[in-house]
Design a protein around this ligand. Structure first.
Ligand code: 6YU
Length: 488
């Protein structure tokens, strides 16, 4: 007998927490979840600033096929709207649709009809961009180039420029020219009208953590290296050796038979060469390099009083002189704020009058380098000119923003399938190591996290399902006879 298998899970986001909840056949004390941050949740993070969601905002497609929706419902974390069956059946095409108003950069409200027509055109183009799955010769390499060649001068180009920027936020990329066209249709949108967590998204990882035996999760425990294919022994115990040794930044070490790695793709891109010893096989390293991982940030502004109408939930901003057919400015210092697509009004107003701006790409990364005061003053200027045309608009009372690119254990927002990569790269990333299925010490390294889910990448449900998938892979090894019965 080899004794109790030791399992280490790295990262307490939804993938890591989900994996630990699903693991069977391990004794208490034989599973450790190591998290670099001082809190669980990873890219699910609510701050008490009008319940600001710094990361994930919505449950995309809240319906019975969505495991985040099911878990949140089981924990009683969702509001009555989300529970309605009509909401769960509604096909929203993957985009949260909110009652909106659109302002030009000169301060005038744009004609709702012109905005609707441009959005309809854009949505039609984007829907057709999903039809090239398997096409041997797609008409363009990227989603951005395809959309641009389909656009004619008949439509309000400036509005379409905003649509493309919004799409950059959704795909978490600098430009839709970086998003590959052929695999674009592989991402699956689940039915259901996107919903939020009335008490904050963080309630979900907090509840998940509370179900685990005490001592399983170690916070402030950043992993520095993972040595695998080795033969490691605990001091004073010669009877047992382990193939994997996990070393933390604080010098603590954990020996393991299996490690489930759920760190974000952004972290892997930056650190995989020295994080794994020996380094990952070239196929996996290539997949890490090829797949896309960009930045999408939020800027929250709190006001004494709302200047918007109560029914408005989205305030879109259009830079009137822009066109998606022209090269965007590379002068980040002068123009970074023009990448902002506008603001979502946070609900309910009882938590404060808070607007949440969305900004993606290099401009978003530049924003992270500015001081709070600089961001606040630029945002105030944008609001005074565009949505209100009122230079006397009171400045926001306070400001909070996410800085996902500078967050050392994340290094961006979420993954996308970049030009030059394909869904196969996602599967390669997800493959356990060692690669040889006959290796006497199988499943030393397993990989989970949103970037490892081929059809639900970039979402919380993709992350959760990936954690379950890897736990199940281990369950099959540790207790093959039990199959998948008894799952929660
Ligand atoms: C969703 C949404 N949403 C906005 C923004 C962001 C994201 N997402 P984690 O990072 O959570 O966990 C890993 C942990 O590992 C972490 O805690 C680290 O600290 C730790 N770690 C790292 N290194 C370590 C080390 N060395 N040692 C120890 N620990 C270490 N998803 O469903 N709805 O509204 C949004 C949004 C600004 C940043 C989102 C949304 C993405 C999710 O947040 C994300 O996927 C999961 O939380 C990741 O969980 P995880 O466990 O994998 O990693 C066609 C096509 C289109 C494609 N896209 C369409 C979908 C649109 C996605 N939309 C997003 C939009 C918003 C607003």
């Amino acid at each position: 007998a080899r004794g109790v298998r030791q399992v280490v899970v790295v990262g307490a986001g939804l993938a890591g927490l989900g994996a630990v909840q699903r693991l069977r056949g391990t004794d208490s004390g034989s599973v450790r979840l190591l998290e670099a941050a001082s809190h669980p949740g990873g890219r699910v993070r609510t701050r008490p600033f009008g319940l600001a969601e710094m990361g994930a905002h919505w449950i995309h497609g809240p319906s019975p096929g969505n495991p985040v929706f099911c878990l949140a419902t089981r924990y009683g974390l969702l509001g009555p709207e989300a529970a309605r069956e009509e909401n769960q059946r509604a096909e929203a095409g993957g985009h949260p649709s909110l009652p909106s108003i659109t302002y030009g950069s000169s301060g005038r409200a744009l004609s709702p009809q012109a905005v609707r027509e441009a959005h309809d055109l854009f949505d039609t183009l984007l829907a057709s961009a999903r039809d090239f799955r398997g096409a041997e010769k797609p008409p363009a390499p990227s989603v951005g180039q395809y959309v641009r060649t389909e656009i004619t001068r008949r439509v309000p180009l400036a509005i379409l420029a905003t649509c493309l920027k919004l799409e950059c936020c959704i795909s978490g990329t600098h430009s839709m020219d970086l998003v590959a066209l052929e695999p674009f249709g592989e991402y699956i949108s689940l039915p259901g009208l996107d919903c939020t967590f009335p008490g904050g998204y963080s309630r979900l990882p907090e509840r998940m953590l509370s179900t685990l035996p005490e001592g399983t999760v170690l916070l402030n425990k950043a992993v520095r290296t993972i040595q695998w294919q080795g033969s490691f022994r605990e001091e004073g115990d010669n009877a047992r050796d382990y193939p994997v040794r996990v070393e933390c930044e604080d010098g603590d070490t954990f020996l393991a038979d299996h490690v489930i790695v759920t760190v974000p793709l952004g972290f892997l891109k930056e650190r995989h060469q020295d994080f794994f010893q020996p380094p990952l096989p070239e196929r996996k390293a290539e997949a890490i390099r090829r797949l896309g991982f960009g930045t999408n940030n939020k800027i929250f502004l709190e006001f004494e009083q709302p200047f918007w109408e109560p029914q408005q939930q989205l305030i879109e901003v259009v830079w009137e002189n822009e066109s998606p057919l022209e090269k965007p400015s590379t002068d980040l210092k002068a123009n970074w704020f023009k990448k902002l697509i506008g603001f979502v009004v946070l609900q309910p107003p009882e938590h404060g009058h808070v607007l949440c701006g969305f900004i993606a790409g290099k401009e978003s990364e530049y924003m992270e380098t500015l001081s709070d005061a600089e961001v606040l003053s630029t945002m105030t200027h944008v609001l005074q000119s565009a949505p209100t045309g009122n230079p006397l608009l009171p400045t926001p009372r306070s400001m909070l923003r996410s800085q996902w690119h500078s967050t050392p254990y994340t290094r961006g927002s979420y993954s996308y399938v970049a030009v030059g990569s394909s869904g196969d790269d996602i599967d390669i990333l997800a493959q356990p190591l060692p690669e040889d299925p006959k290796d006497p010490r199988p499943l030393q390294l397993l990989f989970a996290g949103e970037a490892t889910h081929r059809t639900f990448y970039s979402t919380t449900h993709g992350a959760l399902l990936s954690g379950w998938r890897e736990a199940e892979r281990l369950n099959q090894l540790l207790e093959p006879s039990r199959g998948s019965e008894g799952q929660k």
